[in-house]
Design a protein around this ligand. Structure first.
Ligand code: HPA
Length: 267
């Protein structure tokens, strides 16, 4: 088997198409922590494949991160690939593992990817726990990049304004924000959170930015949505807890599911 990540992505895409009996897919969604319960609302299941059955994928290490790829057909007849879980840089498998899902989706014919995540809110003055926020831009503080070499990719509009506007037609109350990514797996210190507020961040998490860059490299349109699961460290005084993140996801699954289902048929 090849070690070239782009070859592995083509092999994984071929296996997914064969499992679903489809020639191509329209859209892919990556369900972050807390988002997996929302996946059931998006469409009828056509096929479901464990990550471990596909070239280049490994089972995610974190509870609540799933570890399967589901092919669904929406009410409007569109075909979506739903990644129930993702790999993170902090799992130590490297950048190619983190972006393998997005590269596989691109190789499967997808033109649009929806990246969801759970995030700490850097602006509790205006953000409520349980609110989805459209990602308008990012600050990549992971120290990593999925592209090696001299591809000087333009990142002026990583997260498509057209797609954000479309989603706001579904829910005009949605706010936008700048997502900052640290490598993790530790949560941030209060001093780091004060720094990120000064730098212009609105949301803090440990995912999404590398996948968004890989998606742009592949020419995909990107929609990013964060679920605010907690005020960031030091802003509310409580210690942070992964179980709380999953709990907010379960509590908001119905709203997120409806939002994503409507979005997928319009993107
Ligand atoms: N920090 C980093 N990642 C997160 C947080 C946070 O506060 N909440 C959910 N994911």
């Amino acid at each position: 088997m090849s070690n070239d990540p782009y070859v592995l992505a083509r092999e994984a895409a071929a296996a997914l198409k064969a499992a679903a009996g489809l020639d191509t897919f329209d859209v892919a969604l990556v369900m972050g922590s807390g988002w997996v319960p929302a996946a059931d609302a998006i469409g009828q299941v056509v096929a479901e494949v464990p990550f471990t059955d596909l070239p280049g994928f490994a089972a995610p290490a974190v509870a609540g991160h799933g570890g399967r790829i589901r092919a669904v057909r929406t009410d409007a007849g569109r075909h979506a690939l739903i990644f129930l879980g993702r790999s993170h840089l902090y799992e130590g498998r490297g950048v190619d593992a983190v972006v393998h899902g997005v590269r596989t989706a691109a190789a499967a014919g997808v033109r649009t990817v929806v990246l969801t995540n759970a995030a700490g809110g850097l602006r509790p003055e205006t953000q409520q726990v349980g609110d989805p926020v459209l990602i308008s831009d990012h600050i990549n503080l992971t120290g990593a990049n999925p592209i090696t070499g001299t591809t000087f990719l333009d990142l002026t509009e990583v997260y498509s304004k057209r797609l954000r506007d479309l989603v706001r037609e579904i829910d005009p109350s949605l706010a936008e924000g700048v997502y900052v990514a640290f490598r993790g797996p530790t949560y941030e210190t209060p001093a780091e959170i004060r720094m990120l507020r000064t730098l212009g961040g609105d949301l803090i998490g440990m995912s999404t930015v590398l996948e968004a860059i890989a998606a742009r490299e592949a020419g995909l349109d990107v929609l990013g949505v964060s679920l605010v699961t907690n005020p960031a460290a030091g802003l509310a005084g409580d210690p942070l807890d992964h179980e709380e993140v999953l709990q907010v996801g379960r509590a908001t699954a119905a709203r997120m599911g409806v939002l994503l289902a409507k979005a997928v048929d319009r993107l």
